[in-house]
Design a protein around this ligand. Structure first.
Ligand SMILES: Nc1ncnc2c1ncn2[C@@H]1O[C@H](COP(=O)(O)OP(=O)(O)OP(=O)(O)O)[C@@H](O)[C@H]1O
Ligand SMILES: [Mg+2]
Length: 263
């Protein structure tokens, strides 16, 4: 399998400076893609990989807030230098614009911003770039899948039917574009109360069932935990600030799994 992955890498433009590019996607908004992408990036770092994080959400960048980054990237006239935070090389359109400025861009401008971020950023010596995708099945997903080498995509969903409907569209899109789906993640799958009981607030088992239906791997379920949101709001993701937390352990175990698939 590793040989096949290596072969595939040479068919499209790889992002320079990284061995593998993995996207975090879901056609549905608000299911926790950015939260997952930031925590997975840190978990991969903790298991010994060199990691970059590319916020590909041009209209609604999250990385400045989730990593508490307020500085602007430097340019050497040719390339933008990623901003190093928590030992992760980071890039986001949000580093270049005012937080409150809405991006009123047409599709071709989004495509060109993505090309800049993949071809004109001085990513250096990375094992993985984790790409945080915007919601939907639009220009960003197409640009990445068709023009840039993507080594895999992880699909995030919450268990509600309404989320799964969109997720199924997302799976079909990546299948059509021949991007390897590493597997599905059930985020905010359930809540563990103070009474230690499991509450399936949004329903149970739907993501795993969808994975089976489409013959994809089911990777993991991540419970709803207020600490996850709190740490994101503080700009220090939970895996960085509380590596021993039960949620962090889930991410670190997943990072080990992903590392073993590719490296
Ligand atoms: N496992 C979790 N437990 C508790 N809160 C979570 C969890 N995962 C995500 N959240 C919260 O859900 C909200 C949405 O998360 P996030 O912004 O990561 O979603 P998204 O899919 O990237 O959204 P968008 O589609 O707008 O990019 C955030 O407030 C985040 O803190
Ligand atoms: Mg997001």
């Amino acid at each position: 399998m590793k040989e096949n992955l290596e072969q595939k890498r040479f068919q499209k433009n790889p992002i320079r400076g990284t061995k593998f590019t993995i996207a975090v996607s879901s056609a549905k908004g608000g299911v926790g893609k950015s939260t997952f992408a930031t925590n997975l990036a840190i978990a991969l770092k903790k298991v010994g990989c060199r990691v970059g994080l590319l916020d590909a959400d041009i209209y609604g960048p999250s990385l400045p807030k989730l990593f508490s980054i307020n500085s602007k990237p430097e340019s050497d006239g040719q390339n933008l230098k990623p901003i190093l935070k928590y030992d992760i090389q980071c890039m986001s359109i949000g580093f270049l614009t005012d937080e409150q400025t809405p991006m009123i861009w047409r599709g071709p401008m989004v495509t060109s911003a993505i090309k800049t971020f993949t071809q004109k950023v001085a990513w250096k010596d990375l094992d993985f770039i984790i790409v945080d995708m915007p919601p939907g099945t639009g220009d960003t997903q197409l640009t990445f899948s068709q023009e840039i080498n993507m080594d895999g995509v992880i699909i995030i969903s919450t268990p509600q039917e309404i989320a799964l409907q969109d997720v199924k569209r997302g799976i079909k899109m990546f299948d059509k574009l021949k991007v390897r789906i590493i597997g599905l993640v059930d985020n905010m799958s359930h809540f563990i109360g103070d009474d230690n009981k499991k509450y399936a607030i949004f329903g149970e088992g739907g993501v795993e069932k969808t994975a089976k239906e489409f013959n994809k791997d089911f990777l993991v379920e991540i419970p709803i935990n207020p600490d996850v949101g709190k740490q994101g709001d503080m700009g220090i993701p939970i895996v960085e600030s509380k590596p021993g937390h039960e949620i962090s352990k889930i991410f670190i175990s997943l990072a080990n799994k992903i590392k073993s698939i590719y490296i």
